[in-house]
Write a protein that binds this ligand. Structure first.
Ligand code: CIR
Length: 262
């Protein structure tokens, strides 16, 4: 049985490029300020380092405006990874640099075969259980392939169909695992039967963006500017690190998507 809570040692990140504004988005928040995005990214990297992670920092690639959202490109365990086939065709080539970076870190890399499509943002690692979103980016074939890949490694997987939930791009836009049997959830997801056995922390509708938080070695990284959730997490005994994500939010990007944690 895999350990319930992984201790992360490292992370792969990719700096935002000059053409970040050309990235995909469904939200109408205006274009990102590139200098501010770089600053936010640097602070995000510093937070990961504060949590004890050694970083592999990849340079931007002008061909991939969304390349900074590295989480979508691979599912990573301690020593093995499954390279995704992103649902957006413009993002498919992002995986080459990620595969090379993972191999350099000594991680064996398998590949999801087309035509199945999988975005890492749809994959929620909740310890021994994993949840896989079926979305506009991730299809049922990919969910089956990933379930099989994780199943041989001792993990249980449950598919969650989010195609009717227009407020979220990926499953993890609306859910985060906070360790043990605790999940942070948006309203649309909280009554899903797959989460029935969990202690569920409901994120208020006006703070829904903050549902995309990340547990890293005893710290919960959350988006800055969501005081109700932050004080709730403090009251529950969580240590939080709040990070300004404003420029990535303009690209539909959540906090988790900026790193591959290993
Ligand atoms: C996209 O639409 O693919 C990017 N602009 C944002 C991806 C965000 N990924 C994530 O939250 N895992």
């Amino acid at each position: 049985m895999p350990p319930l809570q992984r201790r992360f040692r490292s992370a792969v990140v990719r700096e935002p490029g000059d053409n970040l504004a050309l990235g995909l988005t469904r939200v109408d928040l205006g274009p990102p300020d590139i200098a501010r995005a770089r600053d936010q990214h640097a602070r995000y990297c510093a937070a990961l380092e504060r949590c004890g992670l050694a970083l592999t920092v990849l340079a931007p690639d002008a061909r991939y405006a969304d390349g900074t959202f590295v989480e979508d490109t691979a599912i990573v365990l301690d020593d093995a990874a499954l390279l995704c086939r992103p649902g957006a065709p413009s993002r498919r080539g992002e995986t080459t640099a990620i595969r090379n970076a993972l191999r350099t870190l000594g991680i064996a890399v398998d590949v999801i075969e087309g035509p199945a499509t999988l975005d890492g943002g749809d994959v929620c690692d909740a310890g021994d259980a994993w949840f896989i979103g079926i979305s506009a980016r991730t299809d049922a074939d990919a969910a089956t392939a990933l379930s099989n890949w994780l199943g041989t490694r001792g993990y249980r997987c449950t598919a969650i169909d989010i195609r009717g939930m227009s407020s979220i791009l990926h499953l993890k836009s609306g859910i985060a695992w906070l360790g043990g049997r605790t999940l942070l959830l948006i309203d649309e997801l909280q009554s899903h039967p797959a989460f029935a056995g969990y202690e569920r922390i409901l994120v208020d509708a006006d703070e829904a963006y903050a549902a995309n938080a990340v547990l890293v070695n005893g710290h919960v990284l959350i988006a800055a500017g969501y005081p109700k959730l932050e004080s709730r997490l403090h009251a529950l005994g969580h240590r939080t690190i709040a990070l300004d994500m404003s420029e990535f939010a303009r690209l539909d990007g959540g906090l988790s998507c900026l790193s591959l944690r290993i």
